[in-house]
Design a protein around this ligand. Structure first.
Ligand SMILES: [Zn+2]
Length: 119
């Protein structure tokens, strides 16, 4: 799903896409000049690899995403939001893929390793 930046208005545009059992549901609205605000939830079951024992395990994802979409290079600085730069088109398929990658690249430990860490 693609949303052209010029089509983003102050009235939120809703989207609801999924990839590999993970759903990205939310809305994007125009803020100012080349900036839009994206608010979405990332939910679903995701397979992760334990960083301790290297076993795969499934976990439920409940992430809230709030960030600014900048059409072109973002030259400002924003303390509140992360900024994602796009080139005219907001490619939500690419976006959900990269958000899932971000989650996977975090540190994870499976339930049994978590329990071992506590003991
Ligand atoms: Zn483990």
């Amino acid at each position: 799903m693609n949303i052209a930046f010029r089509r983003i208005t102050p009235t939120p545009t809703e989207f609801d896409i999924s990839l590999d059992g993970v759903t990205l549901k939310g809305e994007v609205s125009f803020r100012e000049r080349n900036l839009a605000l994206l608010i979405a939830g990332l939910n679903g079951e995701i397979n992760l690899t334990c960083d301790i024992c290297a076993e795969d395990f499934a976990t439920m994802l409940h992430e809230k995403i709030e960030l600014l979409i900048s059409n072109g290079v973002y030259k400002g600085f924003n303390e509140t939001y992360d900024v994602v730069e796009i080139d005219e088109n907001l490619d939500l398929n690419e976006f959900i893929r990269s958000e899932i990658e971000l989650v996977k690249n975090d540190y994870h430990s499976c339930e049994s390793c978590k329990n071992n860490e506590r003991n």
